[in-house]
Design a protein around this ligand. Structure first.
Ligand code: 13P
Length: 254
């Protein structure tokens, strides 16, 4: 792995009671306390953010949210803004997760709005891109990733990517147990870096690109050892403290 900043972020999705979220956060905080060289982030449901933040108060673990509305405030029943999440202590925001794109119809333009909103409140976006199996099999991988990336680059400008984390999550590997092979993942990570370097080599070289999609303790090391993979965005395995800690250890060790 290059000398870029490495991160392992746990996307807890819509899981956990208040009690179990606090317990998981405390266990992650204890279990990763001695690790160096990796930023550890947990992203609970928004309702648990305050309690999770208290549970990890004196640790290096950071809290992120899974979604935000792009406006600061207004008549948007049921929504939360990036500024409100920032007030709660969120330093990171997952944006454009494939579940948001597919299940909630988020468009590339809405994703760009949200990345822009997060950056406007000093919240680091974890900006997700990824193709479906159909898109991959139809030979559209490059076009899909390019379109998803370009929408955000055009909106916020390439220099803003100095404060963006990119996550490549092939949709077919999410929650399916099918992981992209380290070589398949590396190929797309390198492609993303090349696309960004057409705008700025400096920014492209420095940006952290995380891999997500069935990362487990058993495959983390092989994935994280790839030249352009700078850590992971973890779903299912992030709900188990021991598994998540082992994945953080793998990122710290490479
Ligand atoms: P899994 O690790 O469960 O495949 O989920 C990946 C993911 O969607 C993380 O955002």
């Amino acid at each position: 792995m290059a000398s870029r900043a490495k991160f392992v972020a746990g996307n807890w999705k819509m899981h956990g009671s208040l009690e179990s979220s606090v317990q998981l956060a405390s266990a992650v905080s204890e279990g990763t306390a001695s690790l160096s060289g990796v930023g550890v982030i947990v992203c609970p449901v928004s309702a648990h953010i305050v309690s999770v933040n208290q549970a990890i108060e004196n640790s290096s673990v950071k809290v992120g949210a899974q979604n935000a509305h792009h406006e600061n405030s207004g008549a948007f029943t049921g929504e939360l803004s990036a500024s409100m999440l920032s007030d709660l202590g969120c330093e990171y925001l997952i944006v454009g997760h494939s579940e948001r794109r597919q299940l909630f119809g988020e468009t590339d333009q809405q994703v760009a709005d949200k990345v822009e909103a997060a950056l406007g409140h000093d919240v680091t976006p974890i900006f997700c891109v990824g193709e479906t199996l159909e898109e991959r099999e139809a030979g559209n991988l490059e076009a899909v990733i390019n379109q998803q990336l370009s929408a955000v680059v055009q909106r916020v400008g390439i220099d803003a990517f100095a404060k963006v984390i990119v996550a490549y999550e092939p949709v077919w590997a999410i929650g399916t147990g099918k992981t992209a092979s380290p070589e398949q993942a590396q190929e797309v990570h390198a492609m993303i870096r090349t696309m960004l370097s057409s705008h700025s080599t400096e920014v492209a070289t420095a940006v952290s690109i995380l891999y997500g999609g069935s990362v487990k303790p058993g495959n983390a090391n092989d994935l994280f050892s790839q030249a352009d993979i700078d850590g992971g965005l973890i779903g299912g395995a992030a709900l188990d403290a021991d598994s998540f800690i082992a994945i953080c250890q793998a990122a710290s060790a490479v």
